[in-house]
Ligand binder design. Structure first.
Ligand code: AP5
Ligand code: MG
Ligand code: ZN
Length: 241
């Protein structure tokens, strides 16, 4: 598992590359895959806490820009409102920059990135430069009906963006985040017509990543249609293989 010293040597592959050998960078680099509403955000935040690594969510970064009315936020909004992907160039530079923050130095759980083959290749390139690699890419599998149910009942914290669900994951106190006490709101893109478009976008542009990580031997399929705790247990055992 991750606590085992031999683990990193084994997953890093051959040591024939001098650079990899001279700059050993220990860290956990997880790519959480799954359609909108699968529970990526829910699980990524639990895993990041559990393994003491950063939770980096591209959607959360865009929404933060939106909230601060930055130029990038304005640009992203046009795509997000339609359920389309924000263009690769701005997305890649935003996320790769975030990965250089000190809280990500011992690793990260990526949530919502990469979402295109270009993004996946850019991530691999950045990791290779630092002598690391994506360790595991768990795919959280949930039926389309359940995805729609989850998204239509979702509420998000205005402060820390933690997700709640009015039926299956209500906050302790109605309308208030358990973690930071801020108020909850519903995302504009959780309206049913945009949800449909986000699911289509996932199928056409993101699902090819399943094969990409499968070919690298990094894909692990996780049944996401269980209680949050059971999904977490499934993920933790997949990461510790
Ligand atoms: P993003 O914010 O990443 O949205 P998404 O991928 O559509 O995923 P969601 O956040 O909707 O779902 P989730 O899997 O995180 O589920 P959650 O844990 O909240 O992206 C938004 C937009 O930004 C994109 O459409 C795009 O425009 C842009 N964007 C972002 N990244 C981009 C990129 N890399 N490239 C280009 N554009 C990008 O859970 C959902 C609900 O279910 C919650 O209510 C939760 O409480 C509940 N729930 C979770 N787990 C369970 C469970 N086990 N049982 C019951 N309920 C559960
Ligand atoms: Mg999310
Ligand atoms: Zn909060």
């Amino acid at each position: 598992g991750f606590g085992c010293p031999g683990y990193y040597a084994s997953i890093r592959g051959t040591a024939s590359d001098e650079k990899l050998r001279r700059v050993p960078k220990i860290g956990m680099h997880i790519v959480l895959l799954g359609p909108p509403g699968a529970g990526k955000g829910t699980q990524a935040s639990i895993l990041a806490e559990h393994f003491d690594v950063a939770h980096v969510a591209s959607g959360d970064l865009f929404r933060k820009h939106l909230g601060e009315s930055t130029e990038l936020g304005q640009l992203a909004k046009g795509y997000m409102d339609k359920g389309d992907l924000v263009p690769d160039d701005v997305t890649i530079s935003m996320v790769l920059d975030r990965l250089t923050y000190s809280d990500a130095s011992s690793g990260y759980v990526l949530d919502g990135f990469p979402r295109t083959l270009n993004q996946a290749k850019a991530l691999d390139g950045a990791l290779i430069e630092s002598g690391a690699t994506v360790d595991v890419a768990p795919l959280i599998i949930v039926s389309p009906e359940e995805l729609v149910r989850r998204l239509s009942g979702r509420w998000i914290c205005k402060g820390c963006q933690s997700p709640y669900h009015e039926v299956s994951a209500p906050p302790n106190q109605a309308g208030t985040c358990d973690l930071c006490g801020a108020g909850l709101y519903q995302r504009d893109d959780d309206k049913s017509d945009v949800v449909r478009s986000r699911l289509d976008t996932y199928e056409s542009q993101t699902s090819p990543l399943i094969e990409y990580y499968e070919n690298q031997g990094k894909l692990v399929k996780i049944d996401g249609q269980r209680d949050v705790d059971d999904v977490t247990q499934g993920l933790i055992s997949a990461l510790g293989r």
